[in-house]
Design a protein around this ligand. Sequence first.
Ligand SMILES: [Zn+2]
Length: 257
Amino acid sequence: MTQRLILLLAAITWGALPRAQAGALDDLPALSAAEVPAPPAAAAERARTVICVDPGHPNTFNSATDLVNGTNENRINWQVGQRLERVLKEAGYEVVMTRNAELHSVENKDRARICNAAGAALAVHLHCESTLGTGFALYYPDRQGVYDYKNDPENGFRGPSAQVREDSRAFSAVMFNAMRGELAGTLKAQGMYGDSRTAVGSNQGALTFSIFSEIPTLTIEMVVLTNKKDAEFIKAAAGQEKMAAAIAAGIRLYRAP
Ligand SMILES: [Zn+2]
């Protein structure tokens, strides 16, 4: 087989994969203005590195509050997000959260804009998957996306920039190694993938909060919540602390406080 043909077959196979994880990321449209917290002081005025923590979910289209293995995705994202906020602050970072309560609804493009406006160095979006697999997986913007929500005035918005994509990939690689090490023997490391592998990303080119991001951005699918063992791990306080510590370790390796 010629090398060209092998590459072609590889591309076809690769292209067929994304939809297998179609349900993995429910990055949904943003049609209404969200309650956006007042932006803190400009980055230049601060001595400490700002990290934007986005506990994924409630928005107009998906609250992610359906019962899964005795909990729900929104609750897990919120609980781990709060622990990550505390761990990062203890490590010397300033932290900006995209929402201020478990059921506080914020649209996805606004989550990115809160992080941008805060002068954050990095953004981490916390989610859980619902698939047949197990373990954690990371997603970074691997190409420019086009925001595709016909009813939104910003339909057609393009992003993120090449620099953001490059930095996001580098951040993802550092985070993946850190999490794999910290969670070894506890949780499977599925891998790191481009946003274009997700359901929304395969349509838009990137996830919505990636398209609107002006800083390195990473989506962390912390566990597969539909997997009973993963769910037991992440429901427990000890598991949530371990997850928060692993994510904080990755952040620290990429960017000092
Ligand atoms: Zn999610």
